[in-house]
Each structure stands twice: as C-alpha cells, then as structure tokens.
Design a protein around this ligand. Structure first.
Ligand SMILES: Cc1cc2nc3c(=O)[nH]c(=O)nc-3n(C[C@H](O)[C@H](O)[C@H](O)COP(=O)(O)OP(=O)(O)OC[C@H]3O[C@@H](n4cnc5c(N)ncnc54)[C@H](O)[C@@H]3O)c2cc1C
Length: 447
C-alpha cells in the first residue's frame, strides 16, 4: 500500500474533527464531509447531550493537539456525585481522590473549537453532504446534498468513517463477507430538560458535582453549564409503569415530577412544554468487526463502537482511538498496512470492555448509589486503595482517571468486586471496616 496522500473523513463530529487535526499534523491532506450544516453558523437543536463529561482519556487526546488548556478553561470540574434521595437530605460522593474531577464541557463549543483547529491546520470541510454509500473497490464515497439531494462523489487514498452510531460507512462494511455486527437497545430512552439559573446567572445547585436522582428502575441526572443552567437528562423506560408511554399529558408529567423529583421541579419552570417538545432518544450499543476493509476504509469513534452514556465515556473512548492511532503511526512510521490491523487489535477489546462497563454503570447509578451497603463498599475500597495504591485502584478511577485499557479495568473490576462481596459478608463490617483484620483479609484474597 502506498502512503496515502489524501484522506477523506466522513463526519465532522467530535471524533472526526479531532482525527483530522491529528492527520493534518502528520502531513496528510484531509477533507471532511459532514451531513449537517456548519454548526459554527447555525444552532444545534435542543435535546441531544448538550454537555458531556470529559475525563482523562479525552484530556490526553486533546493534549496531543495542544487543545487541553483552552478546553479546561471552559469546562466545569465535577468532583463527585451529589445524590438526591426522594425523602432524605442530599449528600455528596467523591469520584476519586482530592483534586480528581471529571469536567462538564459543552458539546457545541468543543466541536466548534475542533472544527476551527482542523481548518486552521489546513482541512477542507464540506458541509451538507450526507454520505449515502462507499464504493469499497474504488475508494470512493458517494454523497447526497442534505438540502437538494444532488448526488456527488469523492475519491481518496483512504477513507475514515467517523459518522457516528448510525454510520453509513459501517453499513457498507455490513454488506461484505463474514462481517460481525450487532446493535442492542436498552428498554430505556432519554429526554433532555434544562434547570434554569438564578437571576444573577449563578447555579441553583452545587455546580462542582454531577447530580443524580436515583430511583430504582430509572433516574434523573444533571450536569452544569457555564451560564448557570444545568442540562438535565431523564433516563426512563419507554414502556411500563412508570414510562414515557404513561406520561402522556402535561398534568401527568407535572404530578410525576412533583412526587418523584420534588427538589428538581422548581428549577424546571417550563417542564411540561419541554417534556413534550424535546425528543426522546434511544440508547444503543453497537458492536462491529472488523473496523476496516482492505486498508481503504477504517471506522473510528461511535461508527465503530457506540455505547450507552452511563460511564460518560463514548467521546472519551473515541478520542482515545485517535491517541492510539497516532501512537501506532509513530511506531510504524506511517506504514498503514501495519497500522490499521494494529489499531483494530488494540481498540476492539477496549471498546467491548467499555460497552459492558457502561451498561453495568447504568444499574449502579439508578439502583445502587443510594444504598448504605454500596456507600460502605465504596468507602472500604477508597480506604484500602489509599493504603495500598499499588494493589487496588477502584474501578471508577481506572475507567475515568487512568489510561488502563478498558478491558483490563473491567477484568480487574470483576476481581475486586468478588473480593468486596466476601468482605461485605463479614459480621459487623459496618462497625469495623477500618480494621487490620479487614485489611489483612483483602490482602490475602488479592494474593
Ligand atoms: C445522552 C448522551 C450523553 C452522552 N454523554 C457523554 C459523556 O458525558 N461523555 C462522553 O465521553 N460521551 C458521552 N456521550 C457519547 C458521545 O456523544 C459520543 O460517543 C460521541 O459523540 C461520538 O463522537 P463521534 O464523532 O464518533 O460521533 P458523533 O458525535 O455522532 O458525530 C458523527 C458526525 O457524523 C455526521 N454524520 C452522520 N452520518 C453521516 C453521513 N452519512 N454522512 C456525513 N456525515 C454524517 C453527524 O452529523 C456528526 O456530525 C453521550 C451520548 C449521549 C447520547
């Protein structure tokens, strides 16, 4: 395979535009094709993850293009979860050690900044072009203009599919022989709402926290925005009792929220209107393999591995794809024949790992975070990890504040869970958890 000169990226979302910057810095000519109009000129429609949690894997990818400091300035550190029980007082659970935080960042600002950077580095970005198919034999992507439906096509030495969970590039691969593909939907969907700010533009709840209202089979969460508002997401069953289907009138919505999320309602003055105006999104996990075809087409980001949002890792994982790809290009001196298979082999187990972790975290967030046993478990883990940082890293820390491959974190997390199951069975554990006996017991099980 000769070194590609011209690379096409389908999709100028978060991952596509970051990938463009990485490739441009290596000297490739890059053209991005994006289905939507230029988001720097038009407003993003409401109701689609307006802000995102950015954590260490994402930061490292942004550091690689010298963007981390700029984005950190517009991010809000969230140091832990603020739990809002239905009856009791709210309380705080730190995510990690002092100084560790995930950051709430505006999706729009992040994407626009990446587009600016890509353009500055020399990318050509063509908007309103929806990829309809890829001619794999001829390295050619086919497009339809999003407004006029006018057809066009473009050829390149290499094409990246960074066109998201419903990728047209991936669909093309599905027509090839022995292609593995699955999509699994949760029975829950999501709806975004907005908490209003105080009159002076400050936040009505603690801004350095991710707020959660765990309610068993469903939950509400809120992430802070810079303007004093919070983006609020209800993760809720499509059907059953209660469900989106059941909340079919403004009155039912109001009384449901008033009963179940009482402290949230005063911050949602247009709840009933927003609830019916904003779309209900579905939550899908996509698994596919291989992620490439004949060194001509390569998938990246959600196009390769869409996951549910409960670990706040979808974008972070896609950004990590870019970091790893760039490292492999260094390692193999831009020999793409070696880089592409190595990229797939590195990233596929990681993507499967975070897909599983993300679904598991849904159950943890909605069912467990408020339980005394869960809280005690986390306290014991934090205490033991503080004493033996080389022996124990809590799972959340491995996923969020480290670069340990996701599948390795999943494996270690399962081992630690099994140990904690045993520890929690000890009599009077709630009284004597900080004892030498408990410490020795954990150490012996680890050995
Ligand atoms: C409710 C919710 C909350 C989330 N919260 C977090 C979080 O806190 N942290 C986190 O890390 N991740 C989060 N995610 C996941 C995150 O949004 C995705 O992982 C991330 O957006 C993936 O980036 P991407 O560029 O691969 O895909 P996308 O962001 O989907 O971008 C794909 C781009 O391709 C374009 N496109 C699509 N089809 C075509 C086509 N046929 N031709 C041309 N262009 C096309 C799209 O318009 C888009 O611009 C969340 C997701 C959801 C749904």
């Amino acid at each position: 395979m000769k070194k590609p000169e011209h690379i096409i990226i389908l999709g100028a979302g978060l991952v596509g535009s970051l990938l463009a910057v990485y490739l441009l810095k290596r000297g490739y000519r890059v053209t991005l094709y994006e289905r939507r109009p230029d988001m720097r000129k038009v407003q993003i429609p409401a109701g689609r993850s307006i802000n995102l949690a950015l954590s260490d894997r994402g930061w490292r990818a942004l550091e690689g293009v010298k963007l981390a400091e700029d984005i950190r300035r517009i991010g809000i550190p969230m140091k832990g979860r603020m739990i809002h029980p239905q009856q009791d007082e709210i309380y705080f659970q730190p995510y990690g050690k002092e100084g560790q935080a995930i950051y709430a960042v505006s999706r729009g600002i992040l994407n626009c900044t990446l587009l600016d950077l890509a353009e500055k580095a020399g990318a050509e970005i063509i908007f309103n072009q929806r990829c309809s198919s890829v001619d794999l034999a001829n390295n050619t992507a086919k497009f339809l203009h999003s407004d006029t439906n006018q057809a066009s096509e473009a050829k390149a030495d290499l094409i990246f599919g960074a066109d998201g969970a419903y990728s047209a590039a991936r669909l093309q691969l599905q027509f090839t022989d022995r292609y593995n593909y699955s999509q699994t939907y949760l029975e829950h969907g999501y709806k975004e709402l907005m908490f209003v700010a105080n009159a002076d533009g400050t936040h009505q709840f603690e801004k350095h926290a991710l707020h959660i209202w765990p309610r068993g089979g469903y939950m509400l969460i809120a992430l802070p925005n810079l303007d004093g508002t919070f983006t609020v997401t209800l993760f809720f069953p499509f059907k059953g009792n209660p469900s989106f289907e059941m909340l079919d009138s403004k009155q039912k919505v109001k009384s449901f929220f008033s009963e179940i999320f009482p402290d949230a309602v005063p911050l949602l003055p247009t709840l009933e209107e927003d609830f019916f105006q904003n779309p209900t999104g579905s939550l899908v996990t996509v698994r596919s393999f291989p992620w490439s075809f004949d060194n001509k087409l390569v998938l990246i980001g959600d196009a390769a591995h869409a996951i549910v949002p409960f670990y706040g890792q979808g974008m972070n994982c896609g950004f990590e794809d870019c970091t790893v790809l760039n490292q492999l290009l260094d390692e193999y001196d831009d020999e793409w024949e070696q880089v592409i298979p190595a990229y797939e082999q590195h990233r596929k187990p990681a993507a499967d790992g975070i897909a599983e972790l993300a679904v598991n975290n849904f159950y943890e967030m909605r069912d467990l975070v408020g339980h005394p046993d869960f809280i005690l478990r986390k306290k014991i883990e934090a205490w033991f990890s503080e004493k033996h940082p080389d022996k124990w890293i809590p799972l959340y820390t491995m996923v969020t504040f480290s670069h340990i491959p996701y599948h390795e974190a999943l494996k270690r997390g399962k081992q630690q869970d099994a140990i904690m199951d045993e520890v929690m069975k000890q009599p009077d554990i709630e009284k004597n958890w900080q004892s030498e006996k408990v410490e020795q017991r954990i150490l012996s099980m680890l050995n």
